[in-house]
Design a protein. Structure first.
Length: 247
């Protein structure tokens, strides 16, 4: 099992304050997943890397039977403390193993978390295990930056990150083409002290993703230019890819 990221252990109690995307992004993510679930087989939803429940809890409030997997007990403890959090079925473990019983209509992973899996092998293993847990016709949904957009934005210096709490957070992103990886270094000013966390990713092009998914028995159903559901075009810097397990 890969090590749990530092932010998921050391910063779990501040994760919602410092690393939660804008409300509009969360609302759009929940809306698209809810719409996709309506087109999938009738069954529970499973979130890989459920974290503090930013997406899972709103989806559960819409009536979905929501399950989750996460390696970080500290993050799940934050989820459990929220209204409705105690009712969700959550397994603790490496989500590339999809170590959770049952079959699902939709399995999803958001906020680029799929790419924290450190190798192509781990990513294919995740897709394969997810396919084994999907109902026929079920969907696997993930989001990602396009490598070309990552390369264009890397090395531009520190960028300010919008936070719920208003605490100053900056991010420096560095891309490493030789190893197909990038790192995001976050610095947070917290009560006069600077806290630092690094998150590492193994990125993939859309073509590689489609090939890995096909290896796992999944086929691309549709691809959006973001969680808002806009078309995926040459000008897109981000995508949401929806894969289907053939019935």
């Amino acid at each position: 099992m890969p090590p749990t990221p530092d932010y998921a252990v050391d910063l779990a109690d501040h994760y919602d304050d410092w690393f939660t995307p804008p409300t509009a992004t969360t609302d759009a993510t929940v809306a698209l997943l809810n719409r996709l679930a309506a087109t999938a087989p009738d069954g529970p939803l499973l979130e890989l890397g459920i974290g503090t429940g930013r997406i899972a809890l709103p989806l559960a409030s819409l009536g979905h039977d929501l399950h989750g997997v996460d390696a970080a007990k500290a993050m799940v403890e934050q989820l459990r403390a929220k209204p409705g959090g105690a009712e969700l079925a959550i397994s603790i473990g490496d989500f590339s193993e999809v170590d959770h019983e049952g079959r699902f209509g939709v399995i999803y992973v958001v906020n680029g978390t799929f790419f924290e899996l450190p190798s192509q092998e781990a990513q294919i293993r995740c897709l394969t295990r997810a396919a084994a847990r999907l109902l026929p016709g079920g969907l696997f949904v993930l989001d990602a930056h396009l490598p070309e957009a990552l390369a264009a934005g890397a090395g531009t210096g520190a960028q300010s990150v919008q936070t719920v709490s208003g605490d100053p957070v900056t991010r420096i992103r560095r891309i490493h083409p030789a190893t197909q990886r990038y790192t995001s270094d976050y610095k947070v000013v917290d009560n006069g002290s600077v806290r630092h966390v690094r998150v590492a990713f193994r990125y993939a092009s859309t073509g590689e993703l489609d090939l890995m998914a096909a290896t796992a028995g999944l086929q691309l159903r549709e691809r959006f230019g973001g969680w808002s559901g806009v078309p995926f075009t040459d000008s897109s810097s981000y995508h949401v890819s929806v894969y289907e397990l053939p019935a």
